[in-house]
Structure formats: structure tokens, C-alpha cells
Design a protein. Sequence first.
Length: 83
Amino acid sequence: MDTWRVIATALLAVAGVVLVLLTMARTRDRRGATGGQVAVSGAIGATVLVVLCVLTLTVLAPVAAWAVTGVAVLAVGVMLVAG
């Protein structure tokens, strides 16, 4: 396995966990959101994250893998700055 794949996957996983948690928090803050809705949004986010990590680790081209990782890191940065 290539080293760049492991690094890209690790960065994607860290950014993805933060994104899933932020998504769950935003869902919870919506008026009328139940615990079930928060759990569903977390499950969907975690599933997408796992699929992207597996694809990055195995079959995605270098440009695509780094693009996905970059978009995730950029999204975390924007969401944290925007508050």
C-alpha cells in the first residue's frame, strides 16, 4: 500500500469525524429535531465517511483522493470559522 494513500486516508478520517460531529450538532440545534434525527444524520455521515476512506485507501486515483481530502479539510475549516 502506498504511503500517500495512508496519509490521505488518515487526514480524511480526522476531518470526516469532525464533519460528522458538526453535522450532528447542527441537526440537534434545528428546531424540533429529535434524538432519532440526530442519530440518523450521524449514521449517514459515518457511512459516507467509511466508504470514502475505503475508496481513498484502495482505488481512487491520486488526484481524486487528494481532492476529496482537501474538500473535507476545507469544509471543516469553513464550518469552524463560520461558527
